[in-house]
Design a protein around this ligand. Structure first.
Ligand SMILES: Cc1cc2nc3c(=O)[nH]c(=O)nc-3n(C[C@H](O)[C@H](O)[C@H](O)COP(=O)(O)O)c2cc1C
Ligand SMILES: [Mn+2]
Length: 511
C-alpha cells in the first residue's frame, strides 16, 4: 500500500470515528496491563522482607553505615546476639539504596519465605522441587528490574553498596549474585552462585568450582567464545533457593524456582546479551567472561568460617547494570558462621540427605535432618527412631555418602531430641554414646573442598581434600528392645507437657 492509499484508509476510519475508538481501546489495554501487573504474584525480595519485619525477624538500621568498614560487623552481630536479619536504609555514599543481610539464616526464616511450616519443611520442599515449572517471558517495559538502565560506560559497580566482609578479605565482594548462563550446545539455562571480587568499576572476579557452571564454561572455552552471564541480585526466596540447589544437569534452576514458588518465574530479556533474568529482581549485572582470562583473587572468608587463600579465577566484564528505582542490595555475609551462606547450602544438604535416607533399608523412621550452619556445613544430625539394632549406623553411613561432600561428622539422635538444639545433641553424645561402640572413624575419604584441616593428597588440587569421616550413634537402644530403651529416658520435669508457663509468669513476657 502506497502513502496515498494509507492516508485514504486512515481518512475513512476517521470518518467513522474509528481512530478515537482505537485510541480508547489502547488506553484501556494499557490500564488492564497495569492492573494485571499489580495482581501478579510478588516474585521479588520485598514481600519476604516485609514479612520478616512484620514478624520481628528483621531489624531496621537507620543510622548511617559504611559498607567498607562497619556494615558487615553490624549485621553479623545482630544475628549472632539477637537472631535477627537486618535492613539498612542509610548507607554512606549510596543515596537511594538499601541493603539487607542475614535474611536466610535459619529454617524459621526459610519456611516463612516459601510458605511452609517448619515441621513440614523438608517434605514440603521436596514435593515442590520434584515439580519444576518452566518460566514465562514478560515485556521488559513492565519489569521492575528495568526501572533504571545503565549501559556500557554509564554502568558502574561503585554505585552498588558492595561490602568488604571479613577482616582479611582481598577487597569488596558480591557474594550473592545469581549467575544465569546458557549451555552453548542446547541453549538450556543454568543458574548458580559465584563470588565476585570487585576489581574496578566494570570488572570482577568470578569463581567457578567444578560443578555444572564449570562444565558449561568449559564448552565456551573449547569454542574460544566469550560466555555471556547475567547476574541477578535480590529475588524471591524460591529463586534464591533455585540458584543454590544442585539439580540434574540440563534442568533450568529457574524452573526449579518456579516449582518452589508454585508459579512460573517471569523473565525479561537482557539489554546487551542474549539472556533472560527474573523481572522482579532488585539488580541485574550483565556481562561476559573472556575465554582463558584469569586474575588473582582473594583471600575470602568462606563457608567453613576460615579463609580461602588467594588464587586465580575467571574475570567478569560488566556490559550493563539495570535495577529498581529504589534498589535493595542483598549484602549476603560469607565467613564465620552463622550466615546465610551456610544456612542456604545447608537447606540443600538437608533436602538431599532426607531424600537419600528415604531409600535406605527400604525406608526408616527418619524424623528430621539438620545440617548445622554453626558447624560450617561439616556436621549433620539425623533424628530417627531406630526400629532395630544397627539401623542408626546404617543411616549415618548413608548420610556421609550422600550427594554432598560437606558433612564429615554425622550424629544420630533419638526421637525425644530436638536436632536443632545443639545442647540436646551434646547431652545425647555424653549420655547415649560409649565411644568404643558408638563412634566409627572412616579415614582417607573425600571431604569438603574448603575443609582446611583435611589434607590434600600428594599431587592433588587444593579442592581435592581427603580426610576422616566419623559417625556417632547417640540414639537409645532400638525400639525392638523396649526394656533397654526405657533406661535412657530423659528425666523431664513432672507434668512437663501439661504445665503451661503462660498461666504463671508475668503476661508481658509472652508479647
Ligand atoms: C552463598 C553461596 C555462595 C556460593 N559461592 C560459590 C562460588 O563462589 N563459586 C562456586 O562455584 N559455587 C558457589 N556456590 C555454590 C553454587 O552456587 C551451588 O553449588 C550451585 O548449586 C551450583 O550450581 P550448578 O550445579 O548448576 O553449577 C555458592 C553457594 C552459596 C549458597
Ligand atoms: Mn545447574
Amino acid at each position: 500500500m502506497g502513502d496515498d492509499g494509507l492516508r485514504g484508509f486512515m481518512g475513512d476510519l476517521k470518518k467513522e470515528g474509528e481512530i478515537d475508538k482505537r485510541d480508547a481501546q489502547k488506553n484501556k489495554d494499557k490500564e488492564n496491563q497495569a492492573k494485571r501487573a499489580q495482581n501478579l504474584q510478588d516474585q521479588g525480595l520485598r514481600g519476604y522482607l516485609q514479612k520478616l519485619e512484620e514478624t520481628g525477624e528483621m531489624v531496621r538500621v537507620s543510622k548511617p553505615v559504611d559498607p567498607a568498614t562497619n556494615l558487615s560487623a553490624i549485621e553479623w552481630k545482630t544475628y549472632d546476639q539477637h537472631g535477627k536479619a537486618t535492613i539498612f536504609d542509610n548507607i554512606e555514599g549510596h543515596p537511594g539504596w538499601q541493603a539487607c543481610s542475614q535474611i536466610f539464616t535459619d529454617r524459621t526464616k526459610w519456611a516463612m519465605g516459601v510458605n511452609l511450616t517448619e515441621d513440614e519443611f523438608l517434605e514440603g520442599m521436596l514435593r515442590k522441587v520434584a515439580k519444576p515449572i518452566e518460566p514465562v517471558m514478560q515485556e521488559a517495559d513492565t519489569a521492575p528490574c528495568k526501572e533504571v538502565i545503565k549501559i556500557g560506560d554509564e554502568a558502574s559497580l561503585y554505585d552498588i553498596p558492595v561490602v568488604t566482609i571479613s577482616e582479611d578479605d582481598g577487597g569488596p565482594f558480591i557474594p550473592a549474585g545469581m549467575a544465569i548462563m546458557k549451555d552453548p550446545d542446547t541453549g538450556i539455562r543454568n543458574m548458580s552462585i559465584h563470588r565476585q571480587q570487585v576489581f574496578d568499576e566494570r570488572t570482577t572476579g568470578f569463581l567457578i568450582l567444578p560443578r555444572q557452571a564449570r562444565r558449561i564454561h568449559d564448552k565456551y572455552v573449547a569454542r574460544n567464545e566469550p560466555m555471556p552471564v547475567a547476574v541477578a541480585i535480590g529475588a524471591h526466596p524460591a529463586v534464591w533457593f533455585g540458584s543454590a540447589y544442585t539439580t540434574t544437569f540440563g534442568v533450568d534452576e529457574l524452573a526449579v524456582a518456579g516449582g518452589v514458588l508454585g508459579d512460573p518465574i517471569r523473565l525479561v530479556k537482557c539489554e546487551t546479551i542474549d539472556m533472560e533474568v527474573p523481572a522482579d529482581a532488585e539488580v541485574i549485572i550483565e556481562g561476559e567472561l573472556i575465554p582463558g582470562e584469569l586474575r588473582h583473587e582473594g583471600p575470602f572468608g568462606e563457608v567453613p568460617g576460615t579463609y580461602a587463600e588467594a588464587d586465580e579465577c575467571e574475570v567478569f566484564h560488566v556490559k550493563a547494570i539495570t535495577h529498581r528505582r529504589d534498589p535493595i542490595y542483598y549484602a549476603l555475609h560469607c565467613g564465620a558462621p552463622i550466615t546465610c551462606t551456610q544456612a542456604t547450602t545447608g537447606i540443600g544438604i538437608e533436602l538431599a540427605t532426607w531424600d537419600h535416607l528415604s531409600k535406605v533399608e527400604g525406608g526408616m523412621d527418619i524424623l528430621d535432618v539438620r545440617c548445622h550452619a554453626a558447624a560450617g556445613l561439616m556436621m549433620i544430625i539425623i533424628k530417627l527412631r531406630p526400629k532395630i539394632s544397627g539401623q542408626a549406623k546404617t543411616a549415618l553411613l548413608a548420610a556421609l555418602s550422600g550427594p554432598y561432600l560437606h558433612p564429615k561428622i554425622a550424629i544420630a539422635v533419638d526421637e525425644d531430641i530436638d536436632a536443632n538444639d545443639l545442647r540436646q545433641v551434646m547431652w545425647s553424645m555424653t549420655t547415649r554414646v560409649n565411644a568404643a561402640d558408638d563412634v566409627v572413624l572412616i579415614p582417607n575419604t573425600r571431604t569438603f573442598a574448603l575443609d582446611k584441616v583435611s589434607p590434600v593428597p600428594d599431587g592433588g588440587h587444593q579442592f581435592e581434600r581427603m580426610g576422616t569421616k566419623w559417625l556417632v550413634d547417640a540414639t537409645m537402644p532400638a525400639a525392638s528392645r523396649p526394656d533397654q530403651r526405657e533406661r535412657f529416658a530423659r528425666a523431664m520435669p513432672k507434668n512437663f507437657d501439661s504445665v503451661d508457663l503462660e498461666d504463671f509468669l508475668p503476661e508481658d513476657m509472652f508479647k
